[in-house]
Design a protein around this ligand. Structure first.
Ligand SMILES: [Zn+2]
Length: 255
């Protein structure tokens, strides 16, 4: 009996024979790319940007079962600085959460620890300790347990609406605040609302960032480190399996 997996590989072989090297190079390129997942809130609200704790746990369990390795930001930085010559582990993944909500500590942090996984959290520094947001001590505690942090600016205003001088303050001040809080360099920024323009990228580089996370959809292939693509997970997405199969990921589920 031909399994679904064998059938798909058979089709791939036929395609390769038909299109020759182009298919092989496409396939290789895809294998060098990684999914960067984007979550916001993990709680009980019903809006698009919230997934339930049960859903989040199910997602982590699936990734764990499928043998994904959660990258740290240090690994990504090293990969970029070595011009992509240091190999990343097979089935690497980067899990990111934007906005620094309190539920990241209450619901996300324990689940990540339970599955021995890690994520990076992008903090709006002007909102640290505000109602429903992470506090400074929670951020420090999460860092001590292996979680990573990046900037999500000071005020969460959309960067492409700002003057270069305002953008510079958003990028440098938030970086400085987090570096003071955590005692280490902050190398990554996630642009609020995915909003940026060419000047933003120049200012981010000048401010000393190594990379910027956008909300462009897709695999990240590290060709433009200040415009990294992500795969958002929304309330209405049924599961990570559904989202990643749509992108051709999680191939072992096809067995
Ligand atoms: Zn945001």
């Amino acid at each position: 009996m031909v399994t679904r997996r064998q059938f798909l590989f058979g089709c791939a072989g036929t395609l390769a024979a038909l299109s020759g090297a182009s298919f092989a190079s496409e396939y290789k390129k895809i294998n060098k790319s990684i999914p960067i997942l984007l979550y916001h809130r993990v709680g009980y609200q019903l809006d698009n940007y919230t997934v339930s704790p049960a859903r989040f746990e199910d997602d982590m369990r699936t990734l764990n079962r499928e043998g994904y390795t959660c990258l740290s930001l240090a690994q990504v930085k090293q990969y970029l600085q070595s011009s992509r010559s240091t190999p990343l582990p097979d089935k690497s993944i980067l899990i990111t959460l934007d906005d620094g909500y309190l539920d990241n500590y209450i619901n996300v942090f324990p689940i990540l620890q339970q599955y021995n996984m890690k994520a990076s959290f992008y903090i709006i520094t002007g909102m640290i300790g505000e109602d429903d947001r992470l506090t400074a001590s929670q951020i420090r505690e999460m860092q001590a347990a292996g979680m990573d942090f990046g900037s999500h600016t000071v005020t969460h205003r959309f960067l492409s609406d700002l003057t270069p001088a305002e953008m510079k303050i958003e990028l440098t001040k938030s970086k400085f605040t987090l570096e003071q809080l955590l005692g280490k360099g902050i190398d990554f920024i996630a642009y609020p609302g995915g909003s940026y323009n060419p000047q933003t990228l120049t200012i981010a580089k000048e401010a000393g960032y190594e990379a910027g996370l956008s909300t462009h959809y897709g695999y990240e292939m590290f060709h433009s480190p200040f415009e990294m693509k992500r795969i958002p997970l929304f309330h209405y997405d049924r599961s990570i399996t559904y989202v990643m199969l749509r992108k051709g990921l999680l191939p072992t589920l096809l067995q």
